[in-house]
Ligand binder design. Structure first.
Ligand SMILES: Nc1ncnc2c1ncn2[C@@H]1O[C@H](COP(=O)(O)OP(=O)(O)OP(=O)(O)O)[C@@H](O)[C@H]1O
Ligand SMILES: [Mg+2]
Length: 460
């Protein structure tokens, strides 16, 4: 099905030109020559994207935006405002009311289609995230903590969760310490057919080989000195549900081969027992190590690696998804304020800046601990830079790419300017110099990016 674009403009020629350009790109077009007509069309059907003129005699762009923001069915539709010339007031108003982007008359054909394409992609990404969040939330992960993230990298993770959850395939979750691997495992379980059955976590690094074996498979009475009773193993506890094998790289060679058999045949024997037990479980595994390297170094069985690596979900480090830092910080601020009976106030601007600059070697867990501590220190007041550990602003732990700029020591406006420059440079680097893509990454419109490039003399 084609995506539908509603074009609202009182100038017939202009509207028809725009309609022609967009229809040629395969979109279905609706046209309205004023706001009243537009509202009628919006009542009848929700388009995927709206282009609207700002100044119109009857009902202008501002009223249309206001109208759409009040209707939950229309609220998430991206709106691109058509302006004749750079009027800062209308721009500010339009931004405030949630306009997605701007195009100026006269039209640049390529720019128009690109803007439309990007707005549509953006809104489908938003839908996907909302949809997955709703699914994940509904199935109970909310109880253990919601997966926060709207960066592209995290959306990819959500998509993978959605794809594998309903299958029974083994999933290997990889990522640095504290990136949320366990949360991803929980989400896979919560989103699967097994969601009402147990989710059992085994940390393979926590126990010595002998104990771990009976922990996993259980033991019969008298299996070894001290085995006074019969013990139910974790695989048995997980019957019908999911078993999550954390820190899988730490498994001893002996247990690696036993695990391989369990994963292949779903059968095992309890320690000291002769009966073969059949288990109905789904296995997930996680590691923060480079398992391929472990295989090369012959400390991890190659056949077990391939058995586990059927599907792999790489969870990105927090440095690779900086746009998630602030939403995560706010999420944790809410949690820890409530838990401590304190009002949720917020972060000061320079505290936010500080959070955004830091490198997070301990990833989300480190951010969470930092916010928890800051909440306690701030005692219900706004969280300030001083409530965070000295080291995060001191430069030592900061991202190496930021070393040259001692932002936090500069006067406010200079610091902001330096930050803007850095964000722009990084965005351009990440998009191989493609300015449209850079603007998209920064979630600003291209015009603003061009202006900043000129202002800061960043043009090559
Ligand atoms: N996307 C996220 N949204 C909300 N909370 C998160 C997210 N990612 C991680 N967390 C929180 O961060 C903490 C660490 O996450 P988790 O234990 O899943 O990490 P991990 O990758 O298993 O770490 P490790 O390798 O050290 O075991 C947890 O408290 C978790 O709730
Ligand atoms: Mg973990």
């Amino acid at each position: 099905m084609n995506e539908t674009i509603l074009i609202i403009d009182d100038e017939d020629n202009l509207r028809k030109t725009l309609a022609k350009i967009l229809a040629a790109r395969g979109y279905d077009i609706l046209e309205a020559s004023d706001g009243i007509e537009a509202v009628e069309l919006l009542r009848a059907s929700a388009p995927d994207l709206v282009f609207t003129d700002w100044k119109m005699p009857v009902m202008g762009g501002e009223e249309i935006l206001r109208y759409m923001r009040k209707d939950p069915r229309l609220d998430s539709i991206p709106v691109i405002v058509i302006t004749a010339f750079g009027s800062s007031h209308s721009t500010i108003e339009a931004v405030r009311l949630g306009a997605y982007d701007f195009v100026t008359k006269p039209f640049d054909l390529d720019e128009i289609s690109l803007t439309a394409e990007r707005a549509l992609a953006h809104s489908s990404l938003n839908h996907e995230v909302a949809h997955l969040r709703a699914q994940i939330g509904r199935n109970g992960v909310a109880a253990t903590g919601r997966l926060i993230g709207s960066s592209r990298a995290m959306v990819d993770v959500f998509k993978m969760i959605g794809k594998v959850a309903e299958t029974d395939s083994t999933v290997l979750i990889c990522g640095e310490s504290g990136t949320g691997k366990e949360l991803v495992a929980e989400a896979i379980h919560a989103y699967s057919r097994r969601k009402d059955k147990p989710f059992v976590v085994v940390n393979c690094a926590a126990l010595p080989e002998g104990l771990l074996e009976s922990e996993l498979f259980g033991h019969e009475r008298g299996a070894f000195t001290g085995a006074v009773g019969r013990k139910t193993g974790r695989f048995e506890v997980a019957e019908g549900g999911t078993i999550f094998l954390d820190e899988i790289a730490e498994l001893s060679p002996g247990l690696q081969s036993k695990l391989l058999r369990v994963l292949q045949e779903h059968t095992y024997e309890r320690v000291g027992g002769t009966e073969t037990v059949y288990g109905n479980f789904r296995a997930l595994a996680a590691t923060n190590r480079d398992l391929e390297a472990c295989v090369r170094e012959k400390v991890f069985r190659e056949d077990l690696f391939y058995r586990l690596n059927v599907v792999r979900i790489p969870v990105p480090s927090l440095r690779e998804r900086r746009s998630d830092i602030v939403p995560l910080a706010e999420h944790f601020l809410g949690i820890y304020s409530e838990r401590n009976g304190l009002p949720t106030v917020g972060f000061s601007d320079d505290a936010i800046l500080m959070l955004q600059m830091y490198s997070y070697p301990g990833n989300v867990r480190e951010l969470e601990n930092m916010v928890e501590r800051a909440v306690l220190m701030a005692r219900g007041r706004v969280v300030m830079p001083g409530h965070f550990p000295m080291s995060i602003g001191a430069g030592r732990e900061r991202d190496p790419s930021h070393d040259e700029v001692e932002f936090l020591l500069l006067p406010f406006h200079k610091a902001i300017a330096e930050l803007e420059k850095l964000l722009i440079k990084n965005a351009l680097k990440d998009s191989n110099g493609n300015k449209s893509e850079a603007a998209d990454r920064l979630q600003i419109n291209r015009r603003l990016l061009y202006k900043k490039l000129t202002d800061y003399h960043l043009e090559e």
